[in-house]
Design a protein around this ligand. Sequence first.
Ligand code: NDP
Length: 335
Amino acid sequence: VILKGHVTGVLTEDDMELVTAAVGIAVPAGSTAVLVKILYLSVDPYMRIRMRNHLEPNYIPDFVPGEVMATLGVSKVVASGHPDFKTGDHVWGMMGCEEYTLVSHPESLFKINHPEFPLSYYIGVLGMTGLSAYAGFFDVAKPKKGDYVFVSAASGAIGQLVGQLAKIKGCYVVGSAGSDEKVNLLKTKFGFDDAFNYKKEQDLNATLKRCFPQGIDIYFENVGGAMLDTVLLNMRIRGQIVACGMISQYNLERPEGIRNLFSIVTKRIRMEGFIVLDYFGTYRKFEEEMAGYIKEGKIACVEDVAEGIENVPAELIGLFSGSNVGKKLVIIAQE
Ligand code: NDP
């Protein structure tokens, strides 16, 4: 799947194109690259950010028009010039939005250590998504037992995990999501104490006041815009906002203004962003802890699975209207 040109405004399927090209089946002589056959690909909101033409350097390079887009995937090594990887190994990491990728720096790939879990977990709960939830919640928010926690896009890939980690920590957790089905999932499957459908709420401020009469200690921010603006009015003194993402802004050319920013001063709020890439060095520690939680039944995950490389563009676009219920991934091939 290639990006046809830099995207302005709302992403459409016309911005991407599926092309067919032959794959070499060997690793070039003398190279330490590995050739992988992709089994699962992740579709993630940040891919939209990479479709812009940033004038300032960004935290991750923009996609290059005419070239294959990149994303995270789970794959099987089919040829290797690297001593640490052999044919048949399963790995996850950054690959192309394609069926086979020649990974020139395989040191960036993670070998899959827990074959007892479905391989798709390494797209989500045991991959970058899980690490984002874990690092954002534990390292940035540093929660305490009894904290009042609010999570937006709460049924999504990261949100569902943050809510469950907050319950493990002994917090009171409320989530917002964009459908009654998602709200039900939050309460029944993921153990949120309360949840609401933000699309149905006429008065978001009144809803947050109802859910948090004493105010919010930690807001795990996934959406930005009006939600952030209203949350600012409902934070507790010295509350914390963990800025993970602001998906409501990614298709906009001009980000929406935040009217209640001065609350940061009056309520002494700490707002801190993070980028999961900074935590990749801690991945193995996270992986073991999260694998333990899954085995103990403390963490559940819901995946939203599509099939076929041709569906990657539509599935990516769907993230921006909330068509996914849980972690969106695409099956590219069987082993
Ligand atoms: P999700 O699985 O949560 O999918 C995106 C969800 O966002 C949709 O299902 C939808 O849910 C919600 N959404 C879409 N558009 C809007 C909108 N206009 N207003 C409100 N909600 C909207 O995605 P992820 O869990 O993968 O990502 C969540 C956030 O985390 C994103 O902002 C992403 O950019 C960020 N992120 C940050 C990372 C970091 O390192 N800081 C790493 C990875 C992701 P609903 O139906 O509930 O509206």
